[in-house]
Design a protein around this ligand. Structure first.
Ligand code: FUB
Length: 445
């Protein structure tokens, strides 16, 4: 590929863009998906032709565990929706602990939820600490739309002592509820979706030993998948088993995801098919490396083998959403990296995101599947800081080199793009020479 060298730069003095706030539209396509707040335990459902994500909501800890350490603090639930897994709308708080008639209003125990649609209504299932006792119960809040308003039932579901509810509506309309409470349990739900219909059953007797929680059950090609976080060693993997009926027996099949490489103790997930592709929604502590109970939702594609088994998912930063070349492309959410490093833009506020730091010639970052659309852009703009300046090579179909001028401040630097780029391209940025170059984002106009 012929390389073009572009040496003239236009220096724009405008500051680089900020962070989306709660309540605004959030545009990423990369992992983690939501910034500006913590999100965990995501259940993704397809309602009204869109993806609705029902996560739980971590806040900086205000609760102390019995051993004195800071503990999960989860006061309420938001719901988010997206048509393309890149642009998300935060519909705001749909339920808070003070509004649960049977709950303890200051327990901060609104753990992993689920939401299903039946006969014109949306049923939101959530754990909470009962005002009258110890442990956890599960309640239901009902709405006419997927984003509420949700009205909580007066009482918790009788017969459920545990956390992490998940509901499956089978093809014949029969519903089942699953939860974690001294093992993974399941039971038929009454047609009113509010009461158990029968005796709860223990479902994990035949599964390999080790702590399990967060069951997510779905049906695919006539078989029932019981998927769950599982501690096989020190922290949680995501594992799964398959059965021929909704309440098992289930046979262990393997892992969906290995343990966190940096020790985030929990993982919690859901799988959903949307527009012909299956996705794994899960969480990691990207915005809180020092406290793993402040988590953030990630999404990656998941694939099935012909025999119905699930291919293990390698967690990515690139994520599963389409990213447009005309957006601010954060290559710190890379597909691959050689030599360069990633750091918070502002260590005092992780929600401001990350920067890529190129320190030595040969440092290289690739960001796959950047969508240039049908019309090639005329310019490329880098948001950079580089006290000595540096020369960088950019490849996206064509290839060119750019001289970044020395700047001690973050600057947007615009160059003519000397090659055509249309359609889906993998983007590569490499430092060729010069001093340290820090890159916040790149965009093409
Ligand atoms: O988020 C609180 C708890 O951590 C969830 O209910 C579990 O599944 C684990 O993710």
């Amino acid at each position: 590929m012929k390389k073009l060298i572009v040496s003239a730069a236009l220096l724009a003095v405008a500051g680089c863009a900020g962070v989306p706030q709660t309540g605004e539209r959030i545009v990423t396509g990369t992992n983690p998906v939501i910034s500006g707040q913590f999100t965990a335990d995501p259940t993704a459902r397809v309602f009204e032709g869109k993806i609705y994500m029902y996560p739980s909501h971590d806040i900086p800890s205000v609760v102390t565990h019995s051993d004195g350490s800071p503990w999960f603090s989860m006061p309420d639930y938001h719901v988010f929706s997206s048509e393309d897994l890149t642009e998300w709308t935060d519909h705001g708080v749909i339920l808070k602990q003070e509004d649960v008639p049977w709950g303890k209003p200051d327990a901060y125990a609104m753990w992993a939820p689920d939401c299903v649609f039946k006969d014109g209504k949306y049923y939101f299932y959530f754990p909470d600490a009962p005002a009258s006792g110890m442990g956890f119960g599960v309640g239901v809040a009902v709405a006419e739309r997927p984003y509420g308003p949700f009205v909580p039932q007066k009482e918790q579901i009788k017969g459920i002592f545990g956390i992490d509810p998940c509901v499956l509506i089978d093809d014949d309309g029969t519903s089942y509820i699953y939860w974690a409470g001294m093992g993974i349990r399941g039971c038929r739900l009454n047609d009113n979706m509010l009461e158990l219909d029968g005796e709860p059953q223990l479902l994990d007797q035949n599964l390999p030993a080790g702590f399990k929680e967060g069951p997510f059950v779905f049906k695919r090609d006539g078989r029932y998948y019981l998927t769950y976080p599982w501690v096989r060693d020190n922290t949680e993997t995501l594992a799964y088993a398959i059965g021929d009926s909704p309440l098992g027996p289930f046979e262990y099949k393997g892992l969906i995801m290995k343990e966190s490489p940096v020790g985030c103790w929990t993982n919690h997930h859901s799988l959903v098919e949307y527009r012909g592709q299956w996705y794994l929604f899960y969480h990691h502590n990207d915005y809180s490396p020092d406290f793993d109970k402040n988590r953030s939702v990630r999404i990656d594609k998941v694939f099935f083998n012909d025999d119905g088994t699930i291919q293990e998912v390698t967690p990515t930063l690139r994520g599963a959403g389409p990213v447009k070349a005309e957006s601010d492309v954060h290559i710190d959410r890379y597909s691959s990296i050689e030599g360069a490093s990633i750091a918070y833009l502002d260590p005092a506020d992780s929600f401001k995101g990350w920067k890529t730091v190129f320190s030595q010639s040969g440092d290289k970052v690739c960001f796959n599947e950047l969508d240039f659309g049908r019309k090639s852009p005329k310019r490329v703009i880098f948001c950079v800081r580089a006290s000595e300046g540096g020369r960088i090579a950019l490849t996206a179909g064509g290839s060119a080199e750019f001289d970044v001028p020395a700047t001690d401040e973050w600057k947007e630097i615009s160059f003519p793009l000397p090659f055509k780029a249309v359609g889906m391209k993998d983007l590569q940025v490499e430092l060729l020479s010069g001093g340290i170059v820090e890159l916040d984002w790149i965009t093409f106009r």
